[in-house]
Design a protein around this ligand. Structure first.
Ligand SMILES: *Cc1c(COP(=O)(O)O)cnc(C)c1O
Length: 344
């Protein structure tokens, strides 16, 4: 099976397992795990923040990051396809009393909103009439929109608007690594524009588990308490942090291969089914493709029968994600198979 359902499917490489096996560890709830401490410090520095917090999942890191900026009964604004809105099981509402309103950004770049569309949604100083906007959340790269990159100039403009309005900003940077590799924009240039940032080590970077939330030291101290409250205080977690550190040192620049493979996938697809995709438009390691009149579930099932696993994003869109565990030939073959299905 050529499995392109997600870049979370990557398994730790032998060298990564070696790093895990030899990690120095301690009790991280006591703050005594040297490997976790190193990962938190390095991630914070990389993103231009004071402190970091190792979390078991990106969902928890987002939950804590947004929580830093809100009170129950306030709202966060985000894209309607945002992971925090669609894929975190309503945790922000259930656990933290936050409501969400969303913008819908489809063109010219899916998932990248006009600054005016964001500011239009803000409710500031509305007293007892409207829910107060506490935070804006941005996803970079944007997963369900097709791995699209938020341009740095655009992010600077959003930052300015939020600053003017007194609204905090959280970045879901689960795949910020991919944006960095695709554009050459330093991680720190992205990181500094936000009050808090989540980055995942468990996606394309290939670690089995783990995300880090970064922010200022006082906020991270608060988040550390809330993480424990949510059941996320881990003990000898250095075994996991070692995998993330290994990924940081060895798996960032190679994301360019995943991006090239996504493009090669799209090229094969476009050869067999002309017009369904412009390979030039594939920004990173994710391809989201409209299936037109055909239900996405049917296309997915047909591909699976021919040895290619995809996922769906809604009723008429399929998604392919390239990653460490599928090579260039596999990605081209997957593109051929999907192209033949769509052309038939
Ligand atoms: C995967 C992902 C997360 C975090 O997911 P977990 O499975 O909880 O680690 C957050 N945001 C985006 C955009 C993601 O793709």
């Amino acid at each position: 099976m050529i499995d392109l359902r997600s870049d979370t499917l990557t398994r730790p490489t032998p060298a990564m397992r070696q790093a895990m096996a030899s990690a120095l560890v301690g009790d991280d709830v006591y703050g005594e795990d040297p490997t976790v401490n190193e990962l938190e410090a390095r991630t914070a520095e990389l993103l231009g923040h004071e402190a970091g917090l190792f979390c078991p999942t990106g969902s928890m890191a987002n939950m804590l990051g947004v929580w830093l900026h809100v009170r129950p009964g306030t709202e966060v604004l985000c894209d309607q396809q945002a992971h925090i809105a669609r894929a975190e099981m309503g945790g922000h509402a259930v656990l933290h009393g936050v409501t969400m309103r969303t913008w819908h950004a489809t063109s010219p770049t899916p998932g990248v909103a006009d600054v005016a569309d964001i500011t239009d949604l803000m409710s500031i100083g509305t007293g007892p009439y409207l829910v107060e906007t506490a935070a804006v959340e941005i996803e970079n790269t944007h997963n369900f929109a097709g791995g699209t990159v938020q341009p740095i100039g655009h992010l600077r403009a959003v930052r300015q608007a939020c600053q003017d309005a007194g609204v905090a900003m959280h970045l879901d940077g689960a795949r910020l690594w991919n944006a960095h590799v695709a554009t050459g924009v330093p991680m720190i240039d992205y990181g500094r524009l936000f009050d808090s940032v989540n980055v995942c080590y468990s996606k394309g970077l290939g670690a089995p588990v783990g995300s880090v939330l970064v922010s200022d030291a006082e906020s991270i101290a608060r988040a550390r308490v809330q993480r424990k409250r949510l059941g996320g205080g881990m003990r000898q977690a250095g075994v996991l942090a070692a995998a993330a550190l290994y990924a940081l040192d060895h798996h960032v620049t190679r994301l360019a291969d995943d991006h090239a493979n996504a493009r090669a996938f799209a090229e094969q697809l476009a050869l067999r089914a002309p017009g369904v995709i412009d390979p030039e438009s594939v920004p990173t390691n994710i391809v989201v493709l409209g299936t037109g009149e055909r239900p996405a579930a049917g296309v997915m099932a047909a591909a699976r029968e021919r040895g290619v696993a995809l996922s769906t994003v809604g009723a008429s869109k399929v998604r392919a994600v390239t990653h460490l565990d599928v090579d260039a030939a596999g990605c081209r073959e997957a593109g051929r198979v999907l192209g033949e299905i769509l052309a038939s």
